[in-house]
Design a binder for this molecule. Sequence first.
Ligand code: SAH
Length: 381
Amino acid sequence: MSTKCPYAAKCGGCDYQGIEYDKQLELKQRELQSLLGKYCKVDKIIGMENPERYRCKVTASYTYLKNGAYISGVYEKDSHRIVKIDDCMITDKVANEIIVTIRNLLKSFKIKTYNEDTGFGLLRHVQIRVGRFSGQIMVILVVSNPTFPSKNNFVKVLREKHPEITTVVLNVNNKHTGMVLGERNIPIYGKGYIEDELCGLRFKISPGSFYQVNPVQTQILYNKAMEYAALQSSDIVLDAYSGTGTIGCITSKSAGRVIEVELNKQAVKDAIDNIKRNSISNIRVYANDATKFICKMAEEEKKTDVVIMDPPRSGSTPEFIDAVAKMGPSRVVYISCGPQSLARDLKLFVKKGYSVCKIQPVDMFGFTSHVETVVLMSRVK
Ligand code: SAH
């Protein structure tokens, strides 16, 4: 299973290439043990049944060479050179194929690839998002301006080759920035978003919204979080850093009331739609910075029984943790994709009167050193 990827030397996307999968899991277990072992036993990492082809989201950049040939792939580590990739082994197969099909269409449609230095050219990136369980596929064409030549014909030809594509979106990014997506989305085919199913519920995913890239392992992760939360029907749950509200929706069935807080406006819109889509009536969503929001809750002496938090890799803030401690929920479930920031934040939680009861790593990112962890804490004082 240690398949050596032919692009590994240049791509740099997978830092665990060439290492047997079992060994990769061992390395992750060891890292978490050394960072978190002092708080409580780290349960055995839950690995993937098949550690390849798990990614449901992929972004490719395009350029052309001096000989006129177009290439697509990813930027070489710390550089502006694109490594030509035809098939990435951790990414959904159809998603890879669509990226190559688009590359092959550029010449006949006279679409110029964007040059980051000169700002000249149209196509900056292509992002593909696949609903693993729904089968829906979204193609996002990231362009420097919204005038896409023969766009209807382009979509027609693209869909002839890949009828499984359910929506195509032009995303306009005219800023000189490292961010892949701009803010404006123009659907040119289909609904402009995809849906996917997780834990028996259906979720809308728009171009800018976060959605876990490995939905198979995500269900395992969410089920673990649910088990840790041990919800009672009267519980008030705070789902912080809630994204499109996946965790909030899943917990709402077992809780009294759920409050979601999320900063990204597009994700908040999706979260509101997702509540309707699943006919849920006990969730409220707030568009706000999680720290500001919870500090205000604590100030107003609002109550919550369980906090579920799933911050970005950089973790949460001391103010957030302080406010949680003030509100004093009996359980905190912390989902983290950044072991370092998790260790830093757990230290603060312990200082504020929480004890770490359970730690469960779940591997969501085979062939890379990234690891996801879910932690249960309970209030001791
Ligand atoms: N719980 C969700 C999303 C987790 S990803 C899921 O399982 O899918 C982390 C989320 O935190 C992202 O949606 C991101 O937009 C959001 N976020 C980042 N910084 C934030 C902040 N300061 N306040 C609130 N949300 C934030």
